[in-house]
Design a protein around this ligand. Structure first.
Ligand code: FAD
Length: 325
């Protein structure tokens, strides 16, 4: 069997979810005696290929092309389709990120492949892959298997452990796909990056704020705590919808899925759609003035009280603790 693992990179750096996809494929491949072929696409990214052997790739196919500097739905889908066909790949793994969610259905059509999205675990049963995926906003879990000859599984980011890199090396192969103007009919025309800000999907500590903070200006309290902890700032959908915070910070079913070491939820009630994105965090601390708030049901530590009193006190104590005062 051949497993193809699509690896996302941004600005010349492999995303954490890229390592997770390769490791998850490799763990299964060991049981099924399969080969893992990682695919990486972009401009000036050839040097990244050598990083993937250490996470379990046997071979890395590199598509390095100046036209692929920015993501293009159509071009990337065309390339991955060509790679899967060229390699006679049986299973394609990618991340259930914004990019993966965009690519997976297109590839499902191109490859006539069954698709299981947002998988949170994978296992092998007699050579068949059984995936677990959440349904009803995480209220339930189902196990699915696919019956098509080519199969696609998108993996929820921050759930599969990439582990540490070993000294293993993969074979590296450059591939020049056939691309014409039609393949670039969907193009990214501008990329806006927020400089210096930590991405919630990549950070090991997150301080998230919700509607309990009353107005956008009060997020300064969340930002100060995040700064002391070296954390990313997250947000509930209520505050994103209100325009207090950008969508890139939203955690939850329609935002990002996170699994940090520490998640601090401030003034967030704990609606099921929010929990769907953060319940796998290693340690959850909830600050809420309502002791009945659902967030407390999944919190490891709960502080019942007013965020406007607790946040400044916590921040100043932590500043002393970290010697930052
Ligand atoms: P609220 O529910 O209003 O909670 C505010 C909390 O703050 C309350 O618990 C209150 O007790 C507390 N509070 C008030 N004042 C203070 C104070 N001074 N100090 C401390 N605590 C205080 N939501 C998401 O977050 N992410 C998603 O991705 C998402 N996707 C959704 C998808 C769908 C299809 C739908 C229908 C909904 C989705 N939602 C999502 C919305 C979700 O249902 C909730 O409406 C939202 O999470 C509520 O945000 P909140 O907890 O900030 O606000």
């Amino acid at each position: 069997m051949k497993y193809i693992a699509f690896v996302e990179q941004r600005s010349g750096q492999i995303k954490k979810n890229g390592f997770e996809v390769v490791r998850a494929s490799s763990n299964l491949a060991k049981e099924t005696n399969s080969e893992v072929i990682a695919v990486i696409i972009g401009k000036n990214i050839s040097s990244l290929a050598s990083e993937l052997g250490g996470f379990g790739a046997n071979k890395v196919i590199v598509i390095d092309d100046a036209r692929l500097e920015n993501y293009s739905t159509t071009a990337f889908a065309s390339i991955i389709n060509q790679v899967v066909k060229k390699e006679n790949g049986n299973i394609l793994f990618l991340s259930a990120t914004a990019m993966g969610r965009d690519l997976a259905p297109r590839l499902s059509v191109k490859l006539n492949a069954g698709l299981a999205v947002d998988c949170t675990s994978l296992k092998n049963e007699n050579g068949k892959i059984i995936a677990t995926r959440p349904v009803y906003a995480g209220k339930g879990l189902i196990e699915v298997s696919l019956t098509t000859s080519v199969q696609i599984f998108s993996l929820r980011p921050n759930v599969f452990n990439a582990g540490d890199s070993s000294n293993e090396q993969a074979t590296i192969e450059n591939f020049t796909p056939e691309l014409n103007d039609e393949d670039f009919k969907v193009q990214v025309v501008a990329v806006e990056t927020s400089s210096g800000k930590k991405d919630v999907a990549e950070s090991s500590i997150i301080v998230s704020g919700g509607r309990g903070l009353r107005e956008s200006g009060n997020f300064g309290l969340v930002e100060k705590l995040a700064e002391v902890l070296g954390a990313a700032v997250g947000a509930s959908r209520a505050v994103v919808d209100a325009g207090w915070r950008p969508h890139e910070e939203q955690v939850g079913q329609t935002g990002k899925t996170v699994s940090p070491t520490l998640y601090i939820a401030v003034g967030i009630s704990g609606a099921v759609q929010h929990l769907a994105g953060m319940s796998s965090s290693k340690c959850i601390v909830a600050i809420n003035k309502d002791k009945e708030a659902p967030i407390f049901s999944i919190a490891n530590y709960g502080i019942t009280g007013d965020a406007f009193e607790i946040l400044p006190a916590l921040t100043s104590q932590l500043k002393i603790f970290f010697g930052k005062s």
